[in-house]
Ligand binder design. Structure first.
Ligand code: NAP
Ligand code: ZN
Ligand code: ZN
Length: 349
């Protein structure tokens, strides 16, 4: 099937129109016409080869919302016309320990990611959601709850689940004290979701001028992380800190703000930390540093259903796909409120 999308041709080349083929539907496949796709900072990392393993051309995009065009004969949960989502993964082995636990993202055989991955069946490269259509095995298709704005719901497919999974794991509930580092795409979903779970929520930001938005999005307190005096006011306070910062940074400054047995969860940066972690920061106070990678398919549906019940969507700036390169530049300057979402109708203009 012929597809139109946008791809990066190299680590330094601008994203540009790209025509390619997707497989014909297998019996368990769902064919989806993509309406919207969110722009995650990971798309930028991958397009620009920040991790060092990108193969080109790459079609990014793993926050897709669309309408089912057709389904294979074995598909039972979806039918033509349904509104659905596709997140970071499109397949996994389904029998390893992580898959059986519902953590397909950590599949022992390697999950098949929505882009920059290899199809388990035919070895072809996967191309992501910056495109007008995708073919996905039924197990990895998410149902969009009624009443959620489709453009605002797109970022739930990665930003939403990446926040939901650690909040759930660390038992965030009524009265929990949660802090979020960085107010971007993931960070703003963290404020919304932690607040909806009943937590008392603090934003750590390095930017002045985000306070008003932070309070509107769910923060109860805002702390300028570059100001030691403000940092001192939150000593020994947090049960959970969600760290969304995408680049190397010093985590030591945040450790004293964890309460007894508090945990700092790294979800943004994945490389070596340039400033060594002071062991004393975890030894004292029985504190922990943990990490979290997206979330499983079942918990993604659970998160979407929670958002449906609470009317939670992302705050988005909708762009035509022709503005994707400018959007990346603005993301690098933290100039996004709070997620770019591509209107895929623009592909045909
Ligand atoms: P984003 O929208 O660009 O937001 C990142 C925020 O972090 C910025 O708004 C800024 O907030 C802060 N920040 C940016 N650069 C910083 C720096 N050099 N030092 C300190 N703070 C900085 O990015 P995003 O889409 O939320 O993604 C965040 C990171 O999560 C990316 O690295 C992405 O690849 C990663 N990610 C991980 C997973 C996972 O499964 N673990 C899933 C999705 C994304 P302030 O201005 O408020 O400080
Ligand atoms: Zn993402
Ligand atoms: Zn597996």
């Amino acid at each position: 099937m012929n597809v139109l999308g946008y791809s990066a041709p190299s680590a330094t080349g601008a994203l540009e129109p790209f025509a390619f083929e997707r497989r014909a539907a297998r019996p368990d496949d769902v064919v989806i016409d993509i309406l919207y796709c969110g722009v995650c900072h990971t798309d930028l990392h991958m397009a620009r080869n920040h991790f060092g393993f990108t193969a080109y051309p790459i079609v990014p995009g793993h926050e897709a919302i669309g309408r089912v065009r057709q389904v294979g004969e074995k598909v039972s949960r979806f039918k033509a016309g349904d509104m659905v989502g596709v997140g970071c993964m499109v397949d996994s082995c389904q029998h390893c320990r992580p898959c059986l636990k519902g953590w397909e993202q950590d599949c022992a055989e390697g999950a098949t990611f929505t882009y920059a991955s290899t199809d388990r069946h035919d070895g072809s490269p996967t191309y992501g959601g910056y495109s007008d259509m995708v073919v996905v095995t039924e197990k990895f298709v998410l149902a969009l709850p009624d009443g959620l704005d489709p453009a605002g719901a797109a970022p739930l497919l990665c930003a939403g689940i990446t926040i939901w999974s650690p909040l759930h794991r660390w038992n965030v509930r009524e009265g929990s004290k949660v802090a979020v580092i960085g107010l971007g795409g993931l960070g703003h979903m963290a404020l919304k979701l932690a607040k909806a779970l009943g937590a008392d929520v603090t934003l750590f930001t390095r930017s002045t001028g985000k306070d008003e938005d932070a309070f509107r999005l769910g923060a109860d307190h805002v702390v300028l992380s570059s100001d030691p005096a403000q940092m001192a006011t939150v000593a020994a306070r947090f049960d959970v800190i969600i760290d969304t910062v995408p680049y190397d940074h010093d985590v030591n400054a945040y450790m004293p703000t964890l309460a007894l047995e508090g945990v700092l969860v790294l979800i943004g940066y994945m490389g070596p930390l340039g400033t060594p972690v002071n062991a004393g920061g975890v030894v004292r106070g029985r504190r922990a540093i943990s990490g979290s990678f997206i979330g499983g398919i079942a918990e993604t549906q659970q998160m979407l259903d929670f958002c449906g019940q609470h009317g939670i969507v992302s705050d988005v700036e909708i762009i035509p796909i022709q503005q994707i390169n400018e959007a990346y530049e603005r993301m690098l300057k933290s100039d996004v409120k709070y997620r770019f979402v591509i209107d895929m109708a623009s592909l045909k203009s």
